[in-house]
Design a protein around this ligand. Structure first.
Ligand SMILES: *Cc1c(COP(=O)(O)O)cnc(C)c1O
Length: 456
């Protein structure tokens, strides 16, 4: 029998408080932490503006505090909460399982756990960190179609039952190490309308699903439904509708192999809140919600694996200009128009491609620097009156690939000034390295929402 009942967490979240504050919710989650090492970092209740300003004001360039000039993030947990509310309002039928690889920040994870979200994990360590927060294993989907043997054993030992597959070899592995798994067949969908295409690596083409279902039937494995991923950074909302139609076909096919599917996982690929042109979450929700309702009865449980959606807009990164190089030109010569359009200043900042800005390479992002502090003047979200020049912006390492912006329009900055980058929450810190001895940027927390509702 398939048991997909919604099991309770191993503890109740702040049962006595009717309308707790977001900070209280986090505190009670930390208390329940089974790793017991966890400490709640300070969570302020200031605006992002005030957070940035307070941190810069406390920084004295003459002091001996060598850490204070490092780049830092301001994370707004209230923004994560608002995204959750938006999800619940627009896709009430679809349960979000946060794809933690996108940003496994401990505060973000705890907030989402408290709000009742599930988690999409891809490795033993990811599963372990979710279980240690006191989350019930039924709220985890192990959504990696190609798993290491020992990780499958770990899932078995820890009662994580839902997992995806897309090939027959994986079925044999699961038969051996986790015969009671609740399997979800990941199918291939059209990912041509996405920045990060995942179909090259994962997803069973529809002409292979019959064979896979037959194999699962022979092995006596329990397949409960279908999953897909339209690709990360999807820019065409129709991709979701088409993928659901494909999933329906596999649901019908499964009956021939003795399976009654009752589980649909519509994956990730949902746009972050700062995306307001082209694809928006509203458009995706309208197409996805209606297609799911049209093709799947209420007996089918529907989940999704949003990553970027939850965190993209919640993190702002502040970096210091650590050096400037002026590109020498022979001023006696009249510049050709091409030369005059080339950047004449190179700015070096203290986070880069090997750190937070790995998203430029791995996630195909374009990161726009904005002036945060110039000549002691605070400039967050202010239009500059200074003339703009073309410049390039570079990270701190010794590698020339470490370029953040080859052509940025900036006023003349000095070493010691600060730049900031918005919408840096998705696929940034999570993949940052310490290459060349530079450490990951620290995170300061605030929440722009005070009270939260835990009942939806
Ligand atoms: C990366 C990934 C996600 C999250 O994708 P987003 O585009 O960030 O929403 C979800 N599911 C799977 C299986 C993934 O690999």
């Amino acid at each position: 029998m398939i048991d997909i009942s919604h099991q309770q967490d191993q503890f109740e979240v702040v049962p006595t408080l009717v309308q707790p504050t977001l900070v209280e919710v986090l505190k009670s989650r930390v208390k329940a932490d089974m790793a017991k090492e966890a400490q709640l970092p300070e969570v302020q209740t200031l605006s992002i503006d005030h957070m940035l300003q307070a941190r810069l004001a406390s920084f004295d360039p003459e002091s001996d505090d060598v850490e204070a000039e490092n780049a830092f993030y301001v994370a707004d947990l209230g923004e994560v909460y608002r995204q959750h509310l938006r999800w619940k309002a627009l896709l009430p039928r679809i349960e979000p399982f946060f794809a933690m690889k996108c940003n496994p920040d401990p505060m973000v994870m705890r907030l989402l756990a408290s709000l009742g979200a599930g988690f999409d994990c891809a490795s033993k360590n990811e599963i372990q960190s979710v279980l240690e927060m006191g989350v019930n294993p039924s709220r985890i989907i192990y959504a990696n179609p190609c798993k290491q043997n020992s990780f499958v054993k770990y899932a078995y030992q820890n009662k994580v039952r839902m997992m995806t597959f897309d090939n027959a070899e994986e079925l044999h592995k699961i038969k051996r190490f986790h015969p009671e798994a609740q399997l979800v067949l990941r199918i291939l969908t059209d990912d041509s309308k996405s920045l990060c295409k995942l179909g090259l690596k994962f997803g069973a083409p529809l002409d292979t699903t019959a064979y896979l279902l037959a194999t699962a039937q022979e092995l006596g494995l329990d397949v409960i439904g279908v999953s897909f991923h339209v690709g990360s950074g999807c820019f065409d909302a129709n991709a979701f509708g088409e993928a659901v139609i494909r999933a329906r076909r596999v649901f019908d096919q499964a009956k021939d192999y003795g399976f009654t599917f009752n589980f649909l996982d519509v994956g990730g690929g949902f746009p972050s809140a700062h995306v307001t042109e082209g694809i928006t979450f509203e458009k995706v929700a309208a197409i996805l919600g209606s297609t799911v309702d049209a093709l799947f009865g209420p007996e089918v449980r529907v989940i999704a694996e949003p990553g970027r959606y939850y965190v993209g807009s919640a993190f702002t990164l502040a970096t210091q200009v650590i050096a400037r190089r002026t590109i020498a030109r022979d001023l006696s010569e009249v510049l050709t128009s091409e030369q005059s359009q080339n950047p004449s200043h190179m700015y070096y900042i203290n986070d880069g491609m090997y750190g937070s800005f790995n998203c430029i390479m791995f996630d195909h992002q374009v990161c726009e620097p904005q002036v945060l502090l110039k000549a002691g003047e605070y400039a967050y979200q202010q239009e500059t009156m200074d003339p703009l020049g073309l410049a390039s912006v570079w990270g701190p390492t010794c590698d020339s690939i470490d370029c953040i912006s080859p052509k940025a329009s900036l006023p003349l900055m000095e070493a010691g000034d600060w730049l900031y980058f918005e919408n840096m929450g998705a696929y940034t810190i999570t993949a940052a390295s310490q290459f060349n001895g530079f450490r990951k940027s620290e995170i300061l927390y605030t929440t722009t929402e005070q009270e939260v509702s835990l009942h939806f």
